[in-house]
Design a protein around this ligand. Structure first.
Ligand code: GLC
Ligand code: CA
Length: 525
């Protein structure tokens, strides 16, 4: 494993810092809390942590509105706490990925406060300002993803500014050389502190049509965001040159990486963000989370993404994150094991979302405790709070997360579903995740091998992973009835399945119960 590369061959884990571990009893997770729980992550076997934003922020969008790119919000700790976290993580072989938000800052960022002072300010063009049209009309028809027009009137300077999200999140202007230099320096600031990579927030929007032309409308879809074809406000071809420059900054340091949130529906467009190994190292593959839970639809999405990622690139697999209902809720509790098997045996870097390893599900939040701004701007039902509740550590008050009232309520099942309870039970979901991660690590076919779908009965997803000297076959019964796939010839060296204790010594025809899956590591042919 001499050419082992952490972000390609390893397993990555997303932490939502507000919800992982509170060290100082204010009900909000923090960096010291994360540091105190590194032991769990080492035991689980993850290779890198992506921390959702922990920079100073007025928290209009819980940290995705950054008011200083080069510091830590006091709610999460200090720069010294951050340095300690990086040092302790590195000492345990765990890398740290920060969440860089280049599309917009907070309206409280010093850059924006200067920019809005007057039209001739040196920071004016770091944001996207436009004069009103006749009779004060908006500059164009663009809409905010979080509701309403994408333009906010600034009476003091007499122009509108652009925002794709909240009006507290003004859009940065990546056509301004000064802004580009400043943001490159932000990357260097963290790289110099030993950060290993960045998740790049909404990277597909950082370049827009320079003429800011109207988006065409879609008949019958209303006059909001969903009623437009987004051909001018996102995915402008100039984004690729911008990314090549960002990549050159990363390449000033060894083994650093970026993973981009490219929220576009067409995998072929997402694949372009890899460039010729000179843009992103990974672009999130959101297609599995959007797909129907069936063998054919999952296989179709796997193959479409495989086809989209260039030869020099590497795919990734994501089932949950902080913006979407947890998959234990979307697919149902009965499917969490087979989903784990899928996530950890497909070709591509797996991203776990904190808590999925113990089967955490969405928590319904009483109206008076809703936090996510989406609940206010769009609809309470669209709130992302249910998937952001505190990590369930122990059967204690506060779930072992906090000694205070947590910022979002803990799940009702926290006293029984928690890390402590599952660590002591070799048949638990948590131990299954750990066993799978270890198996993936010691099996080159699983972490580096090729992917080929195998013929299987209706509703069973079966595939082969193969690398020089290493072979694995996987069968996942995604139906609610028993199935009998045939996994071909071969002597089994190791097997791991969703049914605890089941072991298999020959491939061939196997009976799988509903939602049962197996991975077999075979003698190479
Ligand atoms: C990304 C983040 C999301 C945030 C939005 C605006 O989509 O994942 O949480 O609200 O960007 O920054
Ligand atoms: Ca705290």
């Amino acid at each position: 494993m001499s050419d082992w590369l952490w972000w390609r061959d390893g397993v990555l884990y997303q932490i939502y810092p507000r919800s992982f571990m509170d060290s100082n009893g204010d009900g909000i997770g923090d960096l010291e809390g994360i540091r105190s729980r590194l032991d769990h992550l080492v035991w689980l076997g993850v290779d890198g942590l992506w921390l959702s934003p922990c920079f100073p922020s007025p928290m209009a969008d819980f940290g995705y509105d950054v008011s200083d790119y080069c510091d830590i919000d006091p709610r999460f700790g200090t720069l010294a706490d951050f340095d300690r976290l990086v040092a302790d993580a590195h000492a345990r072989g765990i890398r740290i990925i920060l969440d860089w938000v280049p599309n917009h800052s907070s309206d409280q960022h010093a850059w924006f406060r200067e920019s809005r002072l007057d039209r001739t300010n040196a920071h004016r063009d770091w944001y996207v300002w436009r004069p009103p049209g006749p009779d004060g009309a908006l500059p164009n028809n663009w809409q905010s993803i979080f509701g309403g027009p994408a333009w906010e009137w600034d009476p003091a300077s007499g122009e509108y500014y652009l925002h794709s999200f909240l009006k507290q999140q003004p859009e940065l202007n990546w056509r301004s050389p000064g802004l580009v230099r400043a943001m490159h320096d932000v990357l260097r600031f963290w790289l110099d502190r030993g950060v290993d990579g960045f998740r790049i927030d909404v990277v597909h929007r950082i370049q827009k049509d320079p003429e800011l032309r109207d988006n065409p409308l879609i008949e019958g879809r209303g006059d909001g965001y969903r009623g437009q074809r987004h051909i001018h406000d996102e995915n402008h071809p100039d984004v690729h040159a911008t990314l090549r420059e960002i990549r050159r900054v990363l390449d000033e340091y060894p083994e650093r990486m970026t993973v981009g949130e490219v929220s576009l529906m067409d995998p072929a467009e997402v694949g372009k963000y890899y460039g010729q190994d000179d843009e992103l190292q990974l672009a999130f593959n959101f297609s599995l989370m959007r797909a129907e839970w069936s063998a054919d639809s999952l296989a179709r999405e796997v193959e479409r993404f495989e086809a989209a990622v260039p030869e020099s690139g590497w795919p990734d697999i994501v089932l949950s994150n902080h913006d979407i209902s947890r998959h234990a809720s979307r697919y149902g509790a009965a499917r969490t094991r087979v989903a784990a098997l899928l996530l950890l045996t497909l070709r591509g870097t797996p991203f776990l979302y904190y808590g999925e390893e113990i089967g955490m599900a969405d928590v319904s939040i009483p109206p008076d405790r809703l936090q996510d701004p989406l609940a206010w701007t769009l609809h309470p039902k669209l709130s992302r709070d249910p998937e952001r509740t505190p990590m369930q550590w122990e059967p204690a008050p506060g779930g072992g997360f906090t000694t205070a009232t947590p910022w979002l309520p803990l799940a009702d099942d926290a006293p029984s579903r928690n890390v402590a309870a599952q660590r002591g039970d070799p048949g638990s979901l948590l131990c299954f995740y750990r066993d799978l991660i270890q198996l993936r690590k010691r099996t080159p076919a699983l972490h580096r091998g090729s992917y080929r779908r195998l013929p299987a009965p209706d509703g069973v997803l079966a595939y082969e992973r193969s690398a020089p000297g290493s072979l694995a076959r996987v069968a996942l019964n995604l139906t609610d009835e028993a199935r009998e796939p045939d996994l071909g010839a071969g002597r089994v060296r190791e097997s791991l399945g969703t049914s605890f204790g089941r072991s298999v010594d020959r491939a061939g025809r196997l009976r799988l119960d509903p939602n049962e899956g197996l991975v077999l590591c075979l003698d190479p042919i």
